[in-house]
Design a protein around this ligand. Structure first.
Ligand SMILES: Nc1nc2c(c(=O)[nH]1)N[C@H]1C(S)=C(S)[C@@H](COP(=O)(O)O)O[C@H]1N2
Ligand SMILES: [Mo]
Length: 309
């Protein structure tokens, strides 16, 4: 993703650093992590997970090879802990995820502040193997654990005036060293249209590979929106707010039109035709909606995908 926008550079000139990075650099990083992985690969143990009792296989699975756990937890984007891919794994240990509350507020009949352990038990956890694709041109296949955000949405009963849902990450510069720089407008804010948020694919995730989420992957609770670029999947959420107006998200502020509000995975978009699975060397074509078009394309009927508003 982009780092900084000096005032004299228009947003259209900014390329995310991941795209600028040479192939050699990418391969070297992947190799180093893959070497670290060979001993540490753990299969998912559905149902046996500490802290995720009752985890059972959910819908929307894929048979594709899963990205090894060490890569899932060692190659991350979590700018609150730095911009390097290995920074979150090295630095996110300082994040304390208990006690933790998530305020659900705004245009709802039943606003509530949920303790994280109550939120975790709101619905039975499912294991969902999703592809997640970053605008930087890499992707992973990850067995997430959680339940559809729709389960929470129906409990708080949105008012008829609610059209968007905004997700806010923790603001804690003492523990999130990246927030001490003005790289982005902290806290990180992302948002979905209400129908996107309610779509059964949209996952409120508490774990991966059968275990509670590692801090670097957004503990204790994050979003996973698999048909959109990874940046829409906000980590370490403390607030979910239902609003009428389209929220201004962190990446909209930072990069203007390039990573717009809708920002669905779009192979027609600038430099987005190809991707590389982290841990593998071959490139593959990026699919529209990251391959979830059958489920979600109807949400965007009439909207031109490559002209992200
Ligand atoms: N709070 C917060 N959420 C975030 C980010 C971030 O920097 N801060 N990065 C996003 C981006 S660009 C991606 S690709 C995914 C990466 O998720 P992962 O590291 O678990 O694979 O998290 C997204 N969620
Ligand atoms: Mo990303």
């Amino acid at each position: 993703m982009l780092i900084k926008r000096p005032p004299d550079i228009p947003p259209s000139e900014i390329t995310p650093p991941g795209i600028c990075r040479s192939r050699r650099e990418f391969v070297a990083a992947t190799l180093a992590l893959a070497a670290a992985t060979s001993l540490g690969l753990r299969p998912s143990r559905a149902g046996a997970a500490d802290g995720l009792p009752g985890l059972h296989p959910g819908p929307f699975g894929t048979d594709e090879a899963r990205t090894p756990l060490k890569l899932v937890t060692g190659y991350n984007n979590f700018y609150e802990f730095g911009t390097g891919k290995e920074d979150p794994a090295r630095r996110a240990g300082s994040l304390r995820t208990r006690p933790w509350t998530v305020a659900v507020e705004g245009l709802v009949k039943r606003p509530a502040t949920y303790d994280i352990d109550t939120l975790l038990k709101l619905a039975p956890p499912e294991e969902r193997v999703y592809r997640l694709r970053c605008v930087e041109g890499w992707s992973m296949v990850i067995p997430w654990a959680g339940y559809s955000l729709a389960e929470l949405i129906k409990r708080v009963e949105p008012l008829g005036s609610a059209r968007f849902v905004e997700f806010t990450t923790l603001y804690d510069p003492a523990r999130m060293p990246g927030q001490r720089s003005r790289l982005l407008a902290w806290p990180y804010v992302e948002a979905l249209r209400l129908d996107e948020a309610r779509h059964p694919l949209t996952l409120l995730a508490f774990g991966l590979y059968g275990e509670v989420l590692p801090n670097q992957n957004g503990a204790p609770v994050r979003l996973v929106v698999p048909w959109k670029y990874g940046f829409k999947s906000a980590k370490s959420i403390v607030r979910i707010r239902f609003v009428e107006q389209e929220p201004v998200t962190t990446w909209m502020r930072a990069s203007g039109g390039q990573y717009g509000f809708y920002a669905n995975v779009d192979p027609e978009g600038r430099g987005q035709a190809w991707e590389r699975r982290v841990g593998s060397f071959s490139r593959r074509r990026t699919l529209p909606f990251n391959g979830y078009g059958d489920q979600v394309a109807s949400l965007y009927a009439g909207r031109e995908q490559h002209r992200q508003p």
